[in-house]
Design a protein around this ligand. Structure first.
Ligand code: ATP
Length: 209
């Protein structure tokens, strides 16, 4: 995995001619920028713009860079962005291992061993053949994180990824997520309403109006 900086260069999102949000930010490798703000401020829309699936109803200005590569107009699948949502969104027709194998880049050798090691590192050794529906919420959240990491993205976007977890689990999963994103050297953007999430992310916080 190559470490990059994610740059939001004077990004502005508007709807029907009305400015929804403006942001200018540089997120270094392993850093988590937290974006907070009231419901409807445009947080999820910003993530959609960066990831490449912005609804055409919005007008977007500005540029997005990953290192020296401008990704503003690239197709979503070529941007190298990993996503974590509130819902782990595991494929129900695949096993846990199948879910993890899904996003792995071509050319990765020893896939099965990689998957087994990744599961072991998050305390889920032997879970590869399991049906994702048989996993608890916290276990599913760990698998969603591993799927993101094994896809070897250049940056990560997180949209309220812990909000479905109860307090204790939320604490454990977010430590794991932030630790792993940092270790992977990924620039990450977290959208949350939770001040503890922002504090634990340990990076700068931008609050939209
Ligand atoms: N496809 C769309 N077409 C038109 N308006 C939309 C569309 N998607 C979202 N909106 C509007 O754009 C605004 C921003 O929505 P967005 O989901 O980005 O807000 P948010 O800050 O993520 O809110 P929340 O914290 O509730 O998730 C809202 O007013 C929403 O109603």
């Amino acid at each position: 995995m190559t470490s990059h900086t994610l740059i939001l260069d004077e990004v502005r999102l508007a709807l029907g001619g009305r400015t929804l949000m403006e942001i200018d930010a540089v997120i270094g490798p392993g850093e988590v920028l937290t974006v907070m703000g009231p419901s409807g401020a445009g947080k999820s829309t910003l993530l959609a713009m960066i990831a490449g699936f912005l609804d055409p109803a919005f007008e977007a200005r500005g540029r997005v860079w990953l290192g020296a590569r401008e990704i503003t107009a690239l197709p979503a699948e070529t941007r190298g962005i990993g996503l974590l949502f509130q819902d782990p969104l595991l494929f129900p027709h695949l096993t846990v291992a199948g879910n993890l194998r899904f996003g792995m880049p071509r050319g990765v050798k020893h896939r099965t061993a990689c998957i087994e090691q990744a599961l072991d590192e998050v305390g889920l050794a032997g879970f590869g053949p399991r049906d994702p529906a048989t996993l608890s919420g916290g276990q599913q959240a760990r698998i969603a994180l591993l799927r993101l990491l094994l896809s070897e993205p250049a940056a990560a976007l997180l949209d309220e990824p812990f909000s479905r977890l109860d307090r204790q689990l939320r604490h454990e999963v977010r430590q794991l997520v932030f630790d792993r994103l940092r270790r992977a050297g990924l620039p990450s953007l977290l959208v949350t309403h939770d001040h503890e999430d922002a504090e634990n992310a340990g990076g700068p916080v931008i609050t939209l109006g």
